[in-house]
Design a protein around this ligand. Structure first.
Ligand code: NAP
Length: 498
């Protein structure tokens, strides 16, 4: 049986759009993108908090096949990134491939099509030969279960669920958390609120962005000579790779990064006690390093207080920490996401009836090259397990994966109708054993707590080496490590060709 579409992509965020663009540019027409919201954009559509921007420079944080010569700043803000994504959709006529407000809730493998039957929340079904999940690792907000939270009379919300109708002007506000989102929110809120209390559990390592406006002359040059823009992108990429050496075991670079960050902290934060509180005690890079030009300086303001006491509870009036009440009108939770082990919001059921999430509950999230999973044929994950980076752009990772996915698809196309590929279990196991071994000696195994680790302490999110290595690993599809399964007559009898 033939599937409705050759490729079905779930999610119209950066990864899903990158996949759609790649398919389109290679001349494919039989593909569909399912998007639960009414617009594309994923994380850049949902995160609208003040100060929201990317901490990867825009010439690098953009798609290889859709470079943009017109970025207004080196580090574009959320509205501009979202506009860029919409522009990619419009210029490449991708909208006609996207089914908006189609929330896929189950994907069940069906042997007779060698692919997947997807069902949306309204009960409609679609069949696809190759399923590509671009659902993103950071879309499940984490709000800690603080005692008394329900009794709090003020407003509160998570950074990714920003209430744009709430006016912070002149209010007493708290931000809980000092991660990547919070350090952008804190400098943006501080000038407008009466008082800002920042609750910090662990200080972050903060390095500068050196953000600046890009000039008309630069735009013109990049437009006229796209190679120059490409060179800029490469320069940013390789400099980030160089710094990444400091995370994967090259100590001198790690030490220099540490000294530069500490020096900047000393220069920028005037009060020695606050400076002390902001000084991390773990190795730089172990938790995601943060990049900001204005975060530290915010703590010199009279109306900003840094609290490092543990939060006891919420009351009607505010937050009690170490027995002291901090009266508040509003609280912003910059407390991150549930990321490790990829908590997919759709059920993925393989040919043997296995549920992918249940499988991962036992083993921790695992895939082969972060992309395919044994027992779940004709499925490719974008930004799957161990494809995150602590030093460079994840767009580079998803584009590397797409090289692999395109090779996979090409191979599928040469197989008889209904045939499918399933990565061999022992190959996946060996890949993951080797991957976990590679964490040894990196900053990520230096003993800090972070969202990179799952409950069992296993790092299921990061790639433990430089991203250039991952690009090489995913450059070509490797059919030899897959079982090829094809239908024979009588129907539903599988012959397995090893
Ligand atoms: P995050 O980096 O995980 O930070 C969460 C913060 O909340 C941490 O400071 C954490 O403290 C704190 N926290 C969590 N639970 C807490 C509790 N029970 N009590 C007190 N504090 C608590 O989350 P995020 O800032 O939302 O960022 C998540 C990821 O999104 C980033 O790492 C990044 O990958 C992505 N992001 C990227 C950008 C960008 O510019 N590219 C911007 C924003 C977000 P501990 O450190 O002690 O756990």
């Amino acid at each position: 049986m033939k599937a409705d579409y050759e490729v079905g992509i779930v999610g119209a965020g950066f990864a899903g759009l990158a996949a759609a663009l790649r398919l389109k540019k290679s001349g494919k027409t039989s593909f569909v993108v399912f998007e639960r919201a009414a617009e594309p954009g994923g994380t850049w559509r949902d995160n609208v908090y003040p100060g929201c921007a990317c901490d990867v420079a825009s010439p690098l944080y953009s798609l290889r096949q859709a470079l943009n010569s017109g970025w207004s700043r080196l580090y574009a803000g959320q509205p501009e990134i979202l506009a860029y994504m919409n522009d990619v959709v419009q210029k490449n006529d991708l909208r006609k491939h996207i089914r908006f407000q189609t929330d896929i809730v189950t994907a069940v493998f069906q042997k007779d099509i060698g692919g997947w039957v997807l069902t949306d929340r309204s009960g409609n079904s679609y069949s696809v030969h190759l399923l590509v999940l671009g659902t993103g690792p950071l879309n499940r907000p984490h709000i800690p279960n603080f005692a008394g939270l329900a009794t709090f009379k003020g407003n509160y919300f998570h950074s990714s669920q920003w209430d744009s109708s709430f006016d912070f002007t002149g209010k007493k506000v708290a931000v809980i958390g000092t991660g990547a989102s919070a350090i952008q929110i804190i400098p943006a809120l501080a000038p407008i609120v009466e008082h800002l209390t920042v609750f910090q559990r662990t200080p972050a390592w903060v390095t500068p962005r050196n953000d600046r406006a890009l000039t008309e002359a630069q735009h013109r040059r990049w437009k006229k000579f796209p190679t120059l823009l490409w060179l800029k992108r490469e320069a940013i990429y390789w400099f980030s790779e160089f710094l990444g050496l400091g995370f994967v075991g090259f100590e001198p670079i790690n030490r220099i990064m540490r000294q530069v960050a500490l020096g900047r902290l000393k220069r920028q934060v005037k009060d020695p006690e606050t400076r002390q509180k902001l000084t991390p005690t773990y190795k730089i890079g172990c938790k995601r390093i943060l990049r900001s030009d204005d975060y530290y300086k915010t703590f010199n303001r009279q109306n900003v207080t840094l609290v490092t006491d543990a939060i006891d509870q919420f009351t009607e009036e505010g937050i009690v920490a170490n027995g002291r009440l901090h009266p508040l009108d509003a609280v912003v939770f910059g407390t991150g996401f549930i990321a490790a082990d990829i908590h997919l919001y759709l059920q993925v059921i393989g040919p043997g009836g296995d549920n992918l999430i249940d499988r991962w509950k036992v083993t921790g999230a695992e895939a082969y090259r972060g992309t395919t999973v044994a027992g779940f044929p004709s499925l490719c994950l974008l930004l799957g397990p161990n494809t995150g980076l602590g030093h460079n752009s994840v767009v580079h990772m998803m584009e590397s994966q797409l090289n692999y996915v395109m090779g996979y698809l090409q191979h599928l196309e040469q197989m008889p109708e209904g045939a499918y590929l399933d990565v061999k279990e022992d190959v996946q196991r060996r890949y993951n054993t080797d991957l976990q071994r590679k964490f040894k000696g990196t900053v990520w195994s230096s003993g800090c707590q972070s969202w990179y680790l799952n409950a069992a302490g296993k790092n299921t999110t990061l790639y433990p080496r430089l991203s250039a290595r991952f690009r090489r690993q995913t450059k070509r599809f490797d059919p030899a490590v897959y079982r090829q399964v094809q239908q024979t007559v009588p129907e539903n009898t599988n012959v397995q060709i090893q």
